[in-house]
Unconditional design. Structure first.
Length: 109
């Protein structure tokens, strides 16, 4: 395969309806149910093709755990069902990432 320079590649991609743009991103945060991936000063490329846009993120990142959102109602339910005190119920819910059924199984099993 013959080497193609970046300018030629961009021209060929444009002819195929594909556009690539570098974004001047300062930070990208990807949130999951249990953690955040934080990219500082990432390299971000936006790719547009056939009416769809995709983003490519590259760079170093840090992982930050997210504490589950636990309502007072959930704590009360676990306390009643497992017959435990509030602190024990909260701890079980945190360990189960807010999953009531899992917290109850841990406490009763």
């Amino acid at each position: 395969m013959l080497p193609i320079n970046a300018k030629q590649m961009k021209k060929m991609m444009k002819q195929m309806g594909i556009e690539m743009d570098e974004l001047d991103a300062k930070e990208v945060i990807i949130k999951t149910s249990t953690e955040e991936l934080i990219f500082r000063n990432p390299s971000v490329t936006k790719i547009s093709a056939k009416g769809m846009e995709t983003f490519q993120v590259m760079g170093e990142y840090e992982i930050r755990k997210i504490a589950p959102q636990i309502s007072d109602e959930d704590v009360k339910l676990v306390m009643e069902q497992a017959k435990v005190d509030e602190e024990t119920a909260k701890k079980a819910l945190v360990e189960a990432n807010g999953d009531i059924a899992e917290a109850l199984l841990k406490l009763q099993g």
